[in-house]
Design a protein around this ligand. Structure first.
Ligand code: SAM
Length: 203
């Protein structure tokens, strides 16, 4: 996976590649999907949701430029796989999932990661108790960057979020450069499940 799906497609961040080499994807994949654990496409999880394609998780992690001292927020825990990758790169990860049973299952899968807290709730509102964050990853498609997440970014912090309609989005990196200023650029086109919540799409 690291050589063929990530490095060959242009992921060159050695810390990100190292995280993919040590996190066992099969630990986050259902028992009926074990033979596809390292497949080059998203895998289904309950509620019609997905574990993102490894390449898209790697693109997000690389665009976030996570440092070992960083405090990270992930919106859309799903299986917990991306949270495990981020926890390998950062000091601390808070991850939020809107479906309680997914949050509970992910907490079990992530139990050996001492620096991850899994929360159940509407991640479009962030997790203000632990803000500010040096990096925020949104793993579901938003109509626009949620204002609460922009507000919970530290100055110098990076937010990576897919922005667009239900069919197609642009993975967008937004860096907070001052109290009031944000710099954004497009990473690439992607397709994610919708971000459903107060500052996302309606139910
Ligand atoms: N990062 C996940 C992984 O590694 O398995 C994959 C995430 S999946 C593509 C998107 C997830 O976002 C789904 O589990 C979905 O329930 C969740 N989601 C959607 N809207 C949300 C919201 N407002 N707050 C928290 N989670 C949300």
């Amino acid at each position: 996976m690291v050589a063929n799906q990530l490095r060959r497609r242009g992921i060159h961040d050695e810390r990100v590649l190292g995280a993919f080499a040590v996190v066992p994807r099969e630990a986050f994949v259902g028992s009926d999907q074990q033979d596809k654990a390292y497949a080059d496409y998203p895998l289904p999880i309950p509620h019609g949701q997905t574990i993102s394609q490894p390449f898209v998780v790697a693109l997000t992690a690389a665009a976030l430029q996570v440092k070992p001292t960083d405090r990270v927020l992930e919106v859309g825990t799903g299986s917990g796989y991306a949270a495990a990758i981020l926890a390998t790169l950062a000091a601390r990860v808070d991850t939020i999932e809107r479906f309680e049973d997914l949050a509970n299952a992910a907490a079990v899968a992530l139990a050996s990661y001492g620096n991850v807290a899994v929360h159940h709730g509407d991640g479009t509102l962030g997790w203000p108790e632990r803000a500010p964050y040096d990096a925020i990853a949104v793993a579901a498609a938003a109509p626009e960057a949620p204002p609460s997440l922009l507000q919970q970014l530290a100055i110098g912090g990076r937010l990576v979020v897919p922005i667009g309609n239900a069919d197609r989005q642009m993975l967008t990196r937004i860096e907070r450069t001052s109290e009031t200023d944000y710099k954004r650029y497009i990473v690439c086109p992607v397709v994610f499940v919708p971000l459903v919540g107060r500052e996302g799409w309606p139910e």
